[in-house]
Design a protein. Structure first.
Length: 317
């Protein structure tokens, strides 16, 4: 008879890990320490522990401005918006914390802008033109300048509409520009005529021809007048001859008067010869009268020939 087989012995129990609770607590503490270290690092990276100074920006509208956004200078973030609040006067107050190390870029003459583009986020920028100015004090209040691109769209559309209306007015068939172009075309057509610029200036070739005929007549008259006055045996020649004759007569009269002066002087010195001097004076008087008559005739001749007659009075001595 076969003997029964004894059942297999049960496996031995697994030995328990020593200090399980302690190791679990240590692991939890390590995870908590890592979490705290990570949180502290993030806070440090965000500048929570930096020494900052407050800057208050005043704006009419704070749309697009959210806490945590950066304020940039030359493209580098130098400040961070902490909060946005509404002032009693209805304006928005944007509170910005600026690290002390970066506050050196902000001066009393700095300008702050709030730019909001059609695509993208709102940006706060700081501009400093004079780095030698005094530094911006803590808790300074500055008005921010807005540069809203979308706000310019209605003005641009209105300007474009006005431009299109003006262009339509200018290109109509009855517009002033078209009328001016038509007049210019007519004027250039007249310039291309027989008399060129003269015909265009006077309005037609007929008027230009009349002017040319008139000028020819005037030139003919001037030529005749010139020949009559300055030509051979003209008025100027007659006048010149008369002047020469007059000069001769005046010389005779001058010589006669000199003789008269000599005779008068002799008559005053020699009283005994008064009768002889009287006869000489009569002869000289006759010569003076003859010379004066010659002068009178020459003056009358000049007045007759010269176109500008004038009265000449000759008094006897």
């Amino acid at each position: 008879m076969t003997e029964p087989v004894a059942p297999a012995a049960a496996d031995a129990p697994v030995e328990a890990v020593a200090h399980v609770e302690a190791k679990a607590v240590a692991l939890l503490l390590l995870m908590a320490a890592l979490s705290v270290a990570f949180l502290l690092y993030v806070m440090y990276a965000r500048g929570v522990f930096e020494i900052t100074q407050r800057l208050v920006l005043i704006s009419d509208d704070s749309e697009g401005v959210i806490p945590g956004m950066d304020m940039t200078f030359a493209g580098f973030p130098i400040g961070r918006v902490q909060r946005v609040e509404l002032a009693p006067d209805g304006k928005a107050r944007i509170l910005v914390d600026v690290p002390r190390d970066d506050a050196k870029w902000l001066k009393t003459s700095s300008v702050f802008t709030l730019e909001r583009s059609m695509v993208g986020e709102t940006r706060i920028k700081a501009f400093t033109g004079m780095l030698e100015d005094a530094p911006l004090p803590p808790d300074a209040v500055r008005t921010v300048l807005r540069g809203d691109t979308s706000a310019e769209i209605p003005r641009v559309v209105a300007s474009a509409r006005a431009l299109l209306e003006n262009l339509d007015t200018m290109t109509r068939s009855d517009s002033a520009i078209n009328n001016s172009l038509a007049n210019l075309e007519a004027a250039t057509g007249r310039f291309a005529g027989k008399y060129g610029l003269l015909g265009g200036a006077l309005g037609s070739d007929a008027e230009a021809q009349k002017l040319i005929v008139t000028l020819d007549r005037v030139n003919g008259l001037l030529a005749k007048a010139d020949q009559r006055v300055f030509g051979k045996k003209g008025l100027m020649d007659d006048t010149q001859a008369a002047v020469i004759q007059m000069n001769a007569v005046l010389k005779d009269a001058s010589s006669t008067l000199k003789k008269l002066d000599a005779v008068l002087a002799e008559a005053q010195q020699v009283g005994a010869n008064a009768k002889v001097a009287t006869k000489d004076l009569g002869a000289l008087r006759a010569e003076v009268d003859a010379s004066l008559r010659k002068v009178t005739r020459m003056i009358d001749e000049i007045n007759r020939k010269w176109p500008f007659a004038r009265e000449t009075e000759l008094k006897l001595p």
